[in-house]
Design a binder for this molecule. Structure first.
Ligand SMILES: Nc1ncnc2c1ncn2[C@@H]1O[C@H](COP(=O)(O)OP(=O)(O)OP(=O)(O)O)[C@@H](O)[C@H]1O
Length: 522
């Protein structure tokens, strides 16, 4: 890809885009299963360079090339920043390609299009799910600062990401964090007339204004998601885990207080306010629930998880928060430990495999109790084996065709776990109290009561937002209609917004708080 300097917009067209064949690469391993198709680790045959190939799924598309992919390519071609994933080129496969079973599927796969990305060793969800891994506070600060820097760059360039979550934050073994998956991203302008879809952002990370039906919104939607990620990193597990939109709103109200005209002027005019109005007023509890966080972390979190989007802190102001400038300071990314590659897809697959082995061992024990000590050792997957793209001679495709049951339950999205995601104590930073309140199972002592038993350590992974204009599998929560919000919510009394604008001290990343970013618009 023709390159503008990092931090500048890339406005050049590269004539070579789309002209090369995917056969210039050998597939090594599947590392992701997305809405649009699989993501593979691959090696460029000529140079040996390791890349990630994201296949654009066309078989579901009745209307040609998916609009979400067009948006993603268009936006990523333009963005050029060290904290935004680099789209290197587009490649194609011309002939019938091998399907998941290693067979060439006649005319079904007439040709595919792949996005070629720089390869990243981990995604944040995969990394934080590693057994025994605990992020340190300087490490969390380091990741958060990079996340905010990348997002600030997007926002300055009038791009909303609209799907910030752990599996879309990629990390390499140099400690660099990059925003990825711009499939739901879009350009916006401050004078837009309010015709954006509110069906974006994965449910657990979706802000209250979208859940209340807003169609006019801006960068603050991403900042809510950042707040959820921030709290998740410090707390050790996702913090707002609704099963559906009404429940998600309810969980937000329980934590952040119920919205009213005092803490969120104008909220009563949001399209679905009256439908989702809690029957009783609830008090803001962020400080109470996360009282084990340090003062500066809590102060920043309050500003991110502010109900009123117009008062929510911006990425730029968040970067200026005391949190990033007080001891312990963010560490140098290069000083971070190197881990074996871990993507959400792989960690999930390993867990699935482990569960299956355990099941099998149990079954064999029941059938042949005397032989249980002679069971063969658990099979470990070995080194990735190269695969070829066509020819049908390779019968070891990655993914769900390994003879194992599908990895997902309840829908095609790989974010919907069949089982609760492991959220063991390994995910807490040192010194933190994993269970700040009673009950030991999360921060709400009575979470399971009357809530369908959904707590932090239970329930499926969050429903995916529906990609605008696409009726594909991303929208697992389709059919959501605002009426009938009848959930009873506990009475808290009082209200409180918390938050407010940023410190207004000017941009600051890179050690000098008063240095503006080179790419920043004045
Ligand atoms: N450049 C990359 N390097 C390494 N891994 C990657 C890369 N891009 C994507 N992945 C892996 O593949 C997964 C899915 O990628 P991505 O989110 O871009 O696909 P998607 O089809 O948009 O998925 P989703 O349905 O989650 O939105 C990521 O969570 C990550 O683990």
């Amino acid at each position: 890809m023709a390159g503008a300097a990092y931090g500048q917009l890339n406005l050049e067209e590269s004539p070579s885009w789309g002209s090369r064949s995917v056969e210039c690469f050998e597939k090594l391993e599947q590392i992701g299963e997305g809405t649009y198709g699989q993501v593979y680790m691959a090696r460029e045959i000529k140079t040996g360079e390791i890349v990630a190939l994201k296949k654009i799924r066309m078989d579901n598309e009745k209307e040609g090339f998916p609009i979400t992919a067009i948006r993603e390519i268009k936006i990523l071609k333009k963005l050029q920043h060290e904290n935004v994933i680099k789209l290197k080129e587009i490649v194609t496969s011309s002939g019938p390609e091998v399907d998941e079973h290693g067979k060439s599927g006649g005319h079904k796969y007439k040709g595919s299009i792949y996005m070629v990305f720089e390869y990243m060793d981990h995604d944040l969800t995969g990394l934080s799910d590693r057994p025994g891994l605990r992020f340190t506070i300087p490490q969390i600060k380091c990741y958060m600062r990079q996340l905010l820097t990348g997002l600030h760059y997007c926002h300055v360039n009038q791009v909303l990401h609209r799907d910030i979550k752990g599996s879309n934050l990629l990390i390499d073994n140099e400690g660099n964090l990059k925003l990825a998956d711009f499939g739901l991203a879009r350009s916006y302008s401050t004078d837009h007339k309010g015709n954006l879809t509110n069906r974006v952002i994965t449910l657990w990370y979706r802000p209250p204004e979208l859940l209340l039906g807003a169609t006019r919104y801006g960068p603050s939607v991403d900042m809510w998601s950042v707040g959820c990620i921030f709290a998740e990193l410090l707390h050790g597990k996702p913090i707002l885990t609704g099963k559906n939109e009404p429940e998600q709103l309810n969980k937000i109200y329980e934590l952040c207080g119920s919205p009213d005209e005092i803490n969120w002027p104008g909220v009563s005019r949001t399209p679905w306010y009256s439908k989702f109005k809690p029957s009783r007023q609830m008090k803001r509890r962020v400080r109470d629930v996360f009282r084990h966080f340090d003062r500066n972390a809590l102060e920043l979190l309050e500003k991110m998880l502010t109900l009123d989007p117009s008062q929510r802190i911006s990425a730029k102001d968040a970067l200026d928060a005391e949190y990033f400038w007080t001891d312990p300071l963010p560490c140098d990314p290069k000083s971070l430990p190197k881990y074996e590659s871990s993507h959400e897809f792989q960690t999930k697959k390993k867990r699935q495999q482990q569960r299956q082995n355990e099941e099998m061992a149990k079954r064999q024990k029941v059938q042949h109790p005397q032989q249980h000590t002679r069971l063969p050792p658990v099979q470990q997957s070995g080194q990735p084996q190269p695969q070829h793209w066509a020819g049908g001679h390779n019968n070891h495709p990655m993914g769900n065709n390994t003879g194992q049951p599908p990895l997902t339950a309840g829908g095609p999205s790989h974010h919907q776990y069949g089982k609760p995601r492991a959220a063991g104590p390994n995910r807490y930073p040192p010194g933190g109290n994993p269970n700040p309140t009673v009950g030991g199972g999360g921060y709400y002592p009575d979470r399971s009561a009357g809530q369908g038993g959904v707590g932090f350590s239970g329930g499926p992974y969050p429903p995916q937002p529906r990609a605008p204009g696409v009726s594909g599998p991303r929208g697992s929560s389709g059919g959501y209609a605002p009426p009938n919000y009848t959930q009873n919510v506990p009475y808290g009394g009082g209200s409180g917004a918390g938050g407010g604008g940023g410190g207004g001290r000017g941009p600051n990343v890179g050690g000098n708080r008063s240095q503006p970013y080179s790419w920043q618009q004045q």
